[in-house]
Ligand binder design. Structure first.
Ligand code: ZN
Length: 294
């Protein structure tokens, strides 16, 4: 049986049709056009599904990966950086438009699921998938099933308090992990230190010099504390990094050491690896969603 997975992002909507072995049969990417509003996003998703569906009359599974969290009681989207989705019953509206049940899950959980079944964490039972991009999030997968938690916030380490009187966060608290190690936070701190507005990729190209050493030291300190706290509670078999910040290579040696130094154990061996599915984790995670997760 073929499956359809859709990844709804802030700038693009990607869809895949896969066979039962998760080989891609068809793939299509369209622009999100947030500026046209909520209804236009619903319409774009449904026409993308229709187009993929027309290739295969057997695709009865439709999964959607969304930014933000789906409120466990109301079914409405909250905390989404695609702002026109906030407060909207996206799952319900797409189901009505398609006249078909769908499965929907947030992007960090889809990422963790895809990596644990098809990606870098294939051989491991308890997987913590980390997204470090525009924001910082995470998902927990245990034996191939997403662990959502009682209130669907399991894995949301981006809003752990790292410094009680620290940076202001959009969530209303201060000192959240996200305000230190998301891409924009790292670029903002570089600007504070040097007066230079630079993109992350260009900052890490040359890591010599007093300022960049200070920037890197603080980054490692925050990354280390943030993930060590996760390990102390969950003690996963593996941690997989995703999102734009995961392309920084020193996270896999010096970063890992910074984490190990802060964990409550002197014999830690938890692998911290880069994702292997890249941008495709969202669509494959959406294909892998099953009824137990929804
Ligand atoms: Zn926060």
């Amino acid at each position: 049986m073929h499956k359809i997975g859709i990844d709804l992002g802030g700038t693009k909507i990607e869809g895949v049709l896969v066979d039962e072995k998760y080989n891609t049969v068809q793939r299509k990417r369209i622009e999100t056009h947030q500026e046209n509003g909520y209804d236009s996003i619903v319409k774009s998703i449904t026409s993308l599904v229709d187009e993929l569906q027309s290739t295969s009359k057997w695709a009865s599974h439709i999964g959607i990966c969304t930014p933000g969290v789906i409120d466990v009681n109301s079914g409405l989207i909250k905390n989404s950086n695609t702002q026109c989705l906030i407060g909207m019953p996206l799952k319900n509206d797409i189901e009505q438009a398609l006249d078909h049940k769908i499965m929907m899950e947030n992007d960090a959980n889809c990422f963790a699921l895809a990596e644990s079944v098809l990606g870098s964490a294939k051989e491991y039972d308890v997987v913590f998938g980390v997204i470090m991009g525009t924001g910082v999030g995470g998902g927990i997968v245990i034996n191939g099933t997403i662990h959502k938690g009682k209130t669907s916030i399991a894995g949301e380490w981006g809003h752990h308090t790292l410094r009680p009187s620290g940076n202001e966060c959009y969530c209303g608290k201060q000192g959240c992990v996200e305000t230190y190690i998301s891409g924009p936070a790292l670029e903002r701190h570089w600007l504070e230190l040097t007066g230079k507005k630079e993109q992350l990729q260009s900052i890490v190209q040359d890591l010599t010099g007093e300022k960049v050493e200070q920037w890197k030291k603080e980054f490692l300190e925050n990354f280390g504390s943030g993930l060590a706290n996760v390990i102390d509670i969950l003690d996963p078999d593996i941690i997989i990094l995703g999102g734009g910040v995961s392309n920084i290579s020193f996270l896999y040696d010096e970063g890992k050491k910074a984490v190990y130094d802060k964990v409550f154990s002197d014999s830690i061996e938890t692998p911290i690896l880069k994702n292997s599915l890249g941008d495709s984790a969202g669509v494959f995670g959406a294909c892998l969603l099953n009824n137990k997760d929804n």
